[in-house]
Ligand binder design. Structure first.
Ligand code: GAL
Length: 429
């Protein structure tokens, strides 16, 4: 019988040859360990998000092909799952080199104040970004005269998307704007025709909080929005109650499997004609693009009911970690994502508009043209659901109140919870 432990003579390993091979390879292994790397942390995992992130990586790799990018993603729209993971890493002194963030409260309160970031003034100076970035955008990412993140795009949060063929078939025409009452009437008509009017994917609660946020703006208007988040209007104002009532009515028209779906699965339901509408930020446009669907042919959009004239800003940026393990590479990454090339490659795929004013606008399609115009002319308002308008504690309290409201539709209890949260977060005194 063949002894499995014995090699036939011809294939018997020659230990001295192996040792020589190891001696040759080991220095390479050591070199590989020192190879240039950079870790980018984000929650961009949906089809459109991943494609857009890849476009950023490709621009960066062109200028620095030797760097291995560690693409550290934690799935979950709006960063609901990613942010806690990030916090644990930051608190444990194990930061990624650079991570995704929203300017405003999220950036400044959660990352800059606790000392997790490096200021970026040198980069802003060397790249002369003050000449090509709107000062309003620079101001929401600055503190004490220093910049703290580099933006790659600006999303519009308050959009209503629809399947054109489904609406055509139901005889519904959407004009340049739509009011909340008109929208509810369209929903009733669709429901009567056996179509699910509204797609929501709130397996991450933020997505239905977004539906409320958009409806809140549609009811209180831009001035009311500013008053609410500066503590001048209480969260139990009759207008906030009215917004909650309208939101409750909208929920009657949502898909029955809403809590099992992610936001992008809800958009897919619109793409496939299983639902007619979805209220979502324009990262949804990235999903339409990724599915090769055409603006104004397969799908359309309008400002979320009642919100024409307002632009809920959901800007995406990246930080530089204090004690970044690969600082030089991270600095090069930040310079790259702020470049014209990167912004022109990334934003058409992501659905956002570039932050630079010197991009070639002809590289963008109808939706982006519309959004760029809105950004230039409408009131720019920070998003609460995406961490810009209020401290993280309030954002969390809103999500908790929404979780309860979806079940009990109790307007008074909902508004009282927000009033308390606004006090606890020092929005109101
Ligand atoms: C937002 C982010 C967008 C998009 C969206 C859904 O918070 O700013 O870029 O990714 O979440 O995941």
């Amino acid at each position: 019988m063949k002894n499995k432990n014995c090699y036939p003579v011809a294939t018997r390993p020659c230990w001295s040859k192996l040792a020589t091979l190891l001696a040759v390879l080991l220095p390479f292994a050591a070199f590989a360990d020192n190879a240039k790397k950079m870790e980018v942390f984000s929650w961009w995992t949906s089809g459109g998000e991943a494609a857009a992130l890849d476009a950023l990586f490709n621009v960066y790799k062109k200028q620095d092909p030797g760097v291995e990018i560690i693409n550290a993603t934690v799935a979950g729209g709006g960063g609901s799952a990613a942010r806690p993971v990030l916090q644990t890493r930051l608190a444990g002194g194990n930061p990624p080199d650079t991570w995704q963030t929203h300017p405003g409260w999220e950036l400044l309160g959660q990352y800059v104040d606790p000392g997790y970031c490096e200021p970026l003034n040198d980069i802003y100076q060397s790249e002369s970004w003050d000449k090509v970035l709107p000062s309003q955008l620079i101001s929401i990412l600055s503190r004490d005269g220093k910049e703290w993140c580099v933006l790659c795009g600006v999303h519009r949060g308050n959009d209503l998307w629809y399947n054109k063929k489904v609406l055509d078939k139901a005889g519904i025409k959407i004009g340049d704007t739509i009011s909340i009452d008109e929208f509810l009437a369209d929903c009733a008509k669709l429901k009567a025709a056996g179509v699910t009017p509204l797609a929501v994917g709130d397996s991450g609660i933020w997505a239905t909080a977004q539906l409320f946020e958009n409806t809140l703006l549609g009811t209180v208007g831009p001035d009311g929005w500013k008053a609410l988040f500066s503590g001048k209007m209480p969260f139990d104002d009759p207008k906030v109650k009215q917004a909650a009532q309208s939101y409750a009515k909208m929920l009657e028209y949502q898909n029955s499997d809403h809590s099992a779906l992610t936001w992008d699965q809800a958009i897919k339901a619109v793409q496939e004609g299983r639902c007619a509408f979805s209220s979502m930020g324009d990262w949804a446009h990235g999903e339409f693009t990724n599915a090769h669907l055409q603006d104004n042919v397969d799908f359309g959009w309008v400002s979320h009911p009642g919100t024409a004239g307002g632009f809920i800003v959901v800007a995406d940026g990246f930080t530089l970690a204090k004690n970044a393990p690969h600082k030089a590479e991270a600095v090069a990454w930040l310079k790259s994502i702020g470049s014209k090339d990167a912004q022109e490659a990334f934003n058409p795929l992501k659905g956002s508009i570039p932050v630079r004013t010197d991009v070639d606008k002809s590289k963008f399609g109808p939706y982006h043209q519309w959004s760029m115009k809105s950004f230039a002319t409408d009131a720019l308002l920070p998003s609460c659901v995406h961490g810009e308008a209020a401290p993280a504690a309030f954002q969390q309290a809103l999500n908790d109140a929404i979780t309860q409201f979806v079940v009990d539709k109790n307007v008074d209890a909902f508004c009282s919870a927000l009033v308390q949260a606004a006090k606890d977060s020092n929005i109101t005194k």
